[in-house]
Design a protein around this ligand. Structure first.
Ligand code: URA
Length: 242
């Protein structure tokens, strides 16, 4: 498929459409060894050799990232009042046109997937695909065996909405309890509302995995990194404990 040279360069995060004409000259962009004539020149990313400052650029238009979302940011591409997770990206990464594949509440933390691949995002989010999301929660109140059973049968939320069967694995039970929650859907505030339906309150929530893809421990809050090819696929596998 032929695409414009400026699209090729912006997809690779090397420049912006507006700055492309200057970039092509200053970085000595060549197509098959010849200086590129103009930003509108059509290139075939599969067969044409594009070099920037003497280095070959291998084209990749689809991008997949994981972020360790910190509290205080909304999972959106823009918001009138709040800082969004895109504000955490550096300038080059922002040029890829990423958006969150799934949401975490403003006060929630943990694994957030970012991509510019709409089909992949749809598969991650769509309840019909049943991708398992894992959450670590800290709860005010005692989590009980009855709560575990209610989760496995399918919790009815206070507004009458019925959730699919889910798994609650209690880690510590006490005045304050901790647990892992495994869900195959993602309704608004779902974990908090499921716990509220059990008469308790979520005080802290962190997503630790999507499918078999675990949040990278090496990423501090607000940091992000590209996924490997295997990781992109692992999202559609079950976590080992399911
Ligand atoms: N469930 C919630 O209640 N909040 C989140 O951020 C994610 C799942």
């Amino acid at each position: 498929m032929l695409i414009r040279l400026d699209k090729f360069l912006t997809d690779m995060g090397l420049t912006t459409r507006r700055q492309a004409p200057r970039f092509i000259k200053s970085a000595g962009v060549t197509i098959n060894g010849r200086p590129a004539p103009s930003p509108s020149e059509k290139v075939d990313p599969e067969t044409d050799v594009i070099e920037v400052s003497g280095s070959k650029v291998v084209y990749k238009s689809k991008r997949y990232y994981m972020m360790n979302k910190p509290a205080g940011f909304v999972s959106a591409t823009e918001d009138r009042y709040e800082k969004t997770v895109l504000n955490l990206l550096d300038e080059q990464t922002r040029r890829f046109g990423l958006f969150p594949a799934g949401r975490l509440d403003k006060d929630s933390e943990g694994l957030l997937l970012l991509t510019n691949d709409g089909d992949w995002a749809h598969r991650v989010i769509s309840p019909s695909k049943g991708v398992v999301k894992t959450y670590y929660i800290e709860v005010e109140g005692l989590l009980t065996e009855e709560d575990v059973s209610a989760f496995s049968e399918g919790i009815t939320l206070k507004d009458g909405l019925v959730c699919r069967p889910a798994k609650l694995k209690v880690l510590t039970a006490g005045v304050r309890s901790t647990a892992l929650v495994y869900l195959r859907e993602g309704k608004y505030h779902q974990v908090k509302r499921m716990i509220a339906a059990c008469g308790k309150h979520v005080e802290y929530l962190k997503r630790t995995a999507v499918g078999a893809l675990q949040l990278d421990d090496a990423l501090p809050g607000g940091a992000y990194r590209p996924l490997t090819e295997d990781e992109v696929k692992s999202v559609f596998e079950n976590p080992p404990e399911i």
